[in-house]
Ligand binder design. Structure first.
Ligand code: HAX
Length: 435
């Protein structure tokens, strides 16, 4: 058993006993009441899931195992020789083990993923069967589904594995999937936008550095961006569409590939991860309509009002849980201020930030007028010439594997229950309250 897996195994028993004792002491206590409006309103605000890897506070934003983004930037290991941003290997280790890793832990994990990263040829053939113009997220989920043939969990289940050991093949699947996603994503990018001229991996680099390299971006600043991007997009507690979908599908003992592809189909929706492409599309159509250049605040405000009048959302703004500016937005803004303060698109994104909240507030219905993660990420990518915005959600998807897979391993380790909430009908509710 590899050292990382063996270290994880030492944690399982304690976690199971902690939950058992906690349930024995408090299992019958209530943590809230459910309003009828929540049943119709997407279950907003209803605490109905356990997710140990991260927790979202409406005002403060995300904390990963208790650490805020600035704390992670300070505490997590960096790429040796001058990296400033945390390594995504480190946040995965933190989420899985509930421990800040050492430089050695992170190097071991990086090497472990490099060893697992070979993608079988039939995955590329499955992707090649799609038209080259298919949306990159469609190509991505097809690639993930094709990889399901490699599932260790599915094989072990067929052989009759004892449920106590489910976590072991799930760990293998999760690690293999994370290790292989950058290759699959880069394949899709080069296939769609660079005439299928693929780039071989460079295993001297870390997971994100190698990903940047295979995409065709070989400068250190872009690699640093990828490290930051992968870290801040990795997890956002349990109830968002992608994380919840992975957990839900996984609860039927669907393996990591089946579960993760379900999450990616959710991420591909414009109210969730696809918002990162929509932001750039929206800014570009505004610029086109205004004849290029840097739009004034008044011009942006008019364009926002037009968007709302057409019954559309302003992408990159609002959130189902957050009620302040997303700290993932702030982290990206700081990166831009440090590396590209005079970039045209950065100036527009900053000006949009100054204009949109007031307009959304004036609608009287938007609960959070502030920007979310997706309002900024595209601008940073555009700056380094990754301009093909339909690819952006794939990057988000690769990052999201870190949190969802750490969770899936834990789900199988503690024997998480099949998720099966009840539903009711409007007639039955009416009957109940008529009495
Ligand atoms: N532009 C216009 N209207 C908006 C809005 C926005 N950015 N944000 C919310 N609203 C509207 C809602 O559509 C809703 O209108 P109706 O009552 O007419 O249906 C009303 O304001 C109340 O919505 P809410 O309670 O404030 O927000 P929700 O929890 O329902 O929705 C969303 C949260 C993120 C889906 C929403 O804010 C939105 O559509 N934002 C734009 C898309 C976006 O940026 N999505 C990415 C979110 C972050 C993420 O998951 N990233 O992956």
């Amino acid at each position: 058993m590899d050292k990382i897996k063996a270290h994880f195994q030492t944690k399982i028993g304690d976690q199971i006993s902690e939950i058992k004792d906690f349930l024995a002491a408090h299992g019958d206590e209530k943590i809230g009441d459910i309003k009828v409006s929540q049943l119709y309103g997407g279950m907003r605000g209803m605490q109905a899931l356990i997710c140990e890897t991260s927790k979202l506070d409406p005002d403060e934003g995300i904390r990963f195992r208790g650490y805020s983004i600035p704390e992670l930037q300070e505490k997590l290991p960096k790429f040796p020789g001058g990296g400033n941003e945390p390594l995504p290997e480190a946040i995965f280790y933190l989420m899985l083990m509930n421990e800040i890793p050492t430089d050695d832990d992170v190097r071991r994990l990086s090497n472990n993923w490099a060893r697992r990263s070979i993608v079988p040829p039939h995955i590329f053939k499955a992707i090649d069967a799609l038209p080259v113009t298919a949306h990159p997220m469609t190509q991505f989920t097809v690639g993930i589904m094709a990889l399901q043939t490699e599932s260790e969990f599915a094989k072990a289940y067929k052989k009759g594995i004892n449920k106590k050991n489910y976590w072991e093949p799930t760990y293998e699947d999760a690690m293999n999937l994370i290790a292989r996603l950058p290759r699959i994503a880069a394949y899709i990018y080069r296939r769609r936008y660079h005439n299928g001229e693929h780039i071989e991996p460079d295993h001297n680099l870390d997971w994100s550095g190698n990903f940047a390299h295979m995409l065709g971006f070989d400068n250190e600043e872009f690699r640093e961006l990828m490290r930051l991007y992968m870290t801040i997009h990795s997890d956002h507690e349990g109830g968002n569409v992608s994380a919840h979908a992975v957990h839900l599908v996984g609860s039927a003992l669907s393996d990591a590939y089946l579960s993760f592809s379900a999450g990616m189909n959710g991420l591909a929706g414009p109210l969730h991860g696809l918002a990162n492409q929509e932001v750039i599309r929206w800014i570009q159509s505004m610029r086109q309509e205004l004849g290029g250049g840097l739009p004034s605040k008044e011009e942006i405000a008019n364009y926002c009002r037009k968007t709302l009048a057409e019954g559309k959302v302003i992408p990159g703004f609002g959130h189902a849980v957050l009620r302040k500016t997303d700290p993932r937005y702030t982290a990206q803004r700081e990166f831009a201020l440090q590396h590209m303060p005079h970039d045209d698109m950065f100036l527009i994104v900053s000006r949009v930030y100054e204009v949109v909240p007031e307009i959304l507030e004036a609608t009287g219905k938007v609960k959070n007028p502030w920007p979310n993660v997706d309002a900024h990420s595209g601008q940073l990518l555009m700056h380094y010439n990754l301009t093909e915005y339909e690819f952006y959600t794939v990057l988000f998807g690769v990052a999201r594997s870190l949190g969802t897979m750490a969770n899936l391993i834990w789900d199988r380790a503690i024997g998480s229950a099949l998720e099966r909430p009840g539903s009711t009908t409007t007639d039955l509710l009416k009957e109940k309250f008529a009495k």
